[in-house]
Design a protein around this ligand. Structure first.
Ligand code: ADP
Ligand code: ADP
Length: 220
């Protein structure tokens, strides 16, 4: 069963000047253990698609299923809860909080969780991405690749089913990008999660189990 499935999803933006159809009858799915890379030129609908998969915005038409449940008409609060518990996010510019240490950044998304082992899990995740000796460093004391590995650890703290990555190598040089992608691939297999990455980076396409190409809001 697919962890995430879009069926016949159309997304229209109503602006003052015009109506933009950013996605046109898109079908999409991702399974556990699979890395799906969504690629396409600027303006083709990649971010819109990520916002659909990430439950950050609702489709104009069509349905979204998460773990087999129809979440299309979920309220904002319900979607926030799904995002917290089922989805991890990684961004091009890392989005780490500069005042916090690596361990605190990783723990942060689980703050609402009263379970006692948050710190242990954060430390374990940082060890697993090779940063066991950087727990107390702040982001400005870490390289770009190390910051992205902290962000990857953070994205997994709530044991999501899906990791959503928006241009995860966009701010990294080729070699650092490769180590980060190796890390994502390894964790994807260990945790048996789906990874959905949007990018126009061909390097990332090489790591994909499946590639979805968007042109003008249509899956090619
Ligand atoms: P990509 O991520 O591939 O660059 P986007 O999903 O950002 O593509 O954009 C697809 C189309 O939708 C573009 O024409 C863009 O201008 C338009 N668009 C995206 N977001 C909005 C918005 N919030 N309001 C109006 N138009 C938007
Ligand atoms: P862009 O694609 O314009 O560079 P980002 O990569 O910063 O934007 O974010 C991609 C999408 O994820 C945006 O729609 C944004 O609203 C959303 N987003 C940004 N930060 C977070 C966050 N911490 N948690 C969940 N969603 C976020």
């Amino acid at each position: 069963m697919s962890v995430i499935q879009l069926k016949d999803v159309t997304k229209r933006y109503d602006t003052e000047a015009e109506i933009i159809e950013a996605l046109k009858a898109v079908d999409f799915r991702a399974d556990r253990g699979e890395m799906v890379v969504v690629t396409g030129p600027s303006g083709s609908g990649k971010s819109t698609m990520l916002n659909m998969i990430g439950l950050l915005d609702s489709p104009t038409e069509g349905t979204i299923h998460l773990d087999g449940r129809n979440v299309t008409n979920f309220s904002e609060d319900e979607r926030t809860e799904e995002r917290r518990s089922q989805l991890g996010f990684v961004f091009q510019d890392f989005h780490l909080l500069p005042m916090l240490t690596a361990a605190e950044n990783v723990e942060l998304p689980s703050m609402w969780d009263t379970d006692v082992d948050r710190r242990d899990r954060a430390v374990d995740l940082l060890r697993r991405v090779g940063l066991g000796d950087r727990l107390s460093h702040t982001p400005d004391e870490l390289s770009g690749g190390q910051q992205q590995r902290v962000a990857i650890a953070r994205s997994l703290i709530n044991e999501p089913d899906i990791l959503l990555a928006d241009e995860p190598t966009g701010n990294l040089d080729q070699e650092t990008g490769e180590t980060v992608l190796d890390e994502i691939t390894r964790l994807k297999n260990e945790e048996n999660i789906a990874v959905v990455a949007i990018t126009h980076d061909e390097q990332l396409v090489g790591y994909a189990d499946r590639v979805v190409r968007l042109v003008d809001g249509v899956v090619q």
